[in-house]
Write a protein that binds this ligand. Structure first.
Ligand code: NAP
Length: 284
């Protein structure tokens, strides 16, 4: 498969590069091609003429987007449009990474792909608008919505919790936002399978199972044998610039239609922690 990947230097990008190592891959960071540079994006896609463009690149600082609305839309929406238009010209398919934050979180059962978007944050709005624009430009686009990523390719929640729990006797974590933590390694594998399966339309791709950030933190601390106590707190006690959905579990039915199953988040976390210990053991 010929693939051009935008966002190769990110958390998910690192695992996509690994997953695609046997393929003909053009891996790009923002230094190689800024999504806002229409000409450069066009050149990168038209020169590589891939079967698939995977668009993992984004401005992902959810709180930062609140005070940088212009940048959020320029990168996440107009940037995605630049990629879609270039892909249309090159005759390439596009797989676009989107987010559970396109939903407002008012449901209490898993979000289906047919549920209406109603984002509450600038980041969510920029991604939701990008979804709409891409579906107009490329009706066969594949939009993979995912959530709560963790992995070895960059900063993530388990790494932060491990650091805090090693330094403090008690840590406080919000217990009123529910979602599905997703290991980038499992996600990368599922995304490549979606490309091979010629997937189109919206597909929800997260680990199976669900938890709150507090429950996720408790499991991280327990599984790594740390002594810190994790205290549940409410979002109101920890105000952040961006409003996040209280519930954003995504139904896996759209993924199961491609006969792809994702592992449970606890199993994914166990494998993530095993890898971390193996890496630090190899370093000592
Ligand atoms: N992280 C999550 O929990 C989460 C949840 C749901 C959905 N998603 C979506 O999943 C995808 C991957 O997320 P991630 O966590 O792997 O992201 P990430 O670690 O923040 O990586 C972002 C990537 O995008 C690139 N990038 C940023 N601005 C760019 C620009 N203007 N032009 C070109 N490239 C640019 C970065 O390149 P440089 O390294 O060169 O800056 C980097 O490779 C994103 O589309 C995100 O919206 C993420």
């Amino acid at each position: 498969m010929r693939v051009t990947l935008f966002g190769a230097s990110g958390l998910l990008g690192e695992d996509l590069v690994r997953e695609l190592k046997a393929e003909s891959l053009t891996a790009l960071s923002s230094k190689d091609a800024d999504l806002r540079d229409r000409g450069r994006v066009r050149e990168a896609v038209c020169d590589s003429r891939p079967e698939w463009v995977i668009l993992s690149a984004a401005y992902t600082d959810v709180d930062g987007c609140e005070s940088n609305r212009e940048r959020a839309f320029a990168v996440n929406c107009e940037g995605a449009v630049n990629v879609a238009e270039a892909a249309r010209e090159a005759g390439s398919r596009v797989l676009f990474l989107s987010t559970d934050y396109v939903f407002d979180g008012s449901k209490r059962s898993p979000y289906e792909i047919t549920d209406p978007r109603n984002p509450t944050s600038v980041y969510g709005k920029s991604k939701a608008r990008a979804e709409e624009r891409l579906l107009e430009i490329l009706p066969e686009v594949c939009i993979a919505r995912t959530s709560w990523l963790f992995g070895h390719g960059g900063k993530c929640f388990p790494a932060t919790i491990l650091k805090l729990a090693a330094a403090r006797p008690e840590i406080s974590v919000v217990n009123d936002q529910r979602g599905s933590p997703t290991f980038t390694r499992d996600l990368a594998s599922a995304l490549v399978r979606l490309c091979r399966n010629d997937a189109r339309g919206i597909v929800h791709v997260t680990s199976s199972g669900e938890c709150t950030w507090y429950e996720f933190a408790v499991e991280i601390v327990r599984a790594s044998g740390l002594a810190a106590v994790v205290k549940p707190v409410s979002t109101a006690e920890f105000p952040r610039p961006a409003r996040r959905p209280a519930y954003s579990v995504l139904s896996p039915d759209s993924l199961h239609a491609y006969k792809i199953q994702m592992p449970d988040w606890k199993d994914a976390l166990r494998r993530y922690l095993e890898d971390r210990s193996a890496v630090s053991a190899a370093r000592t």
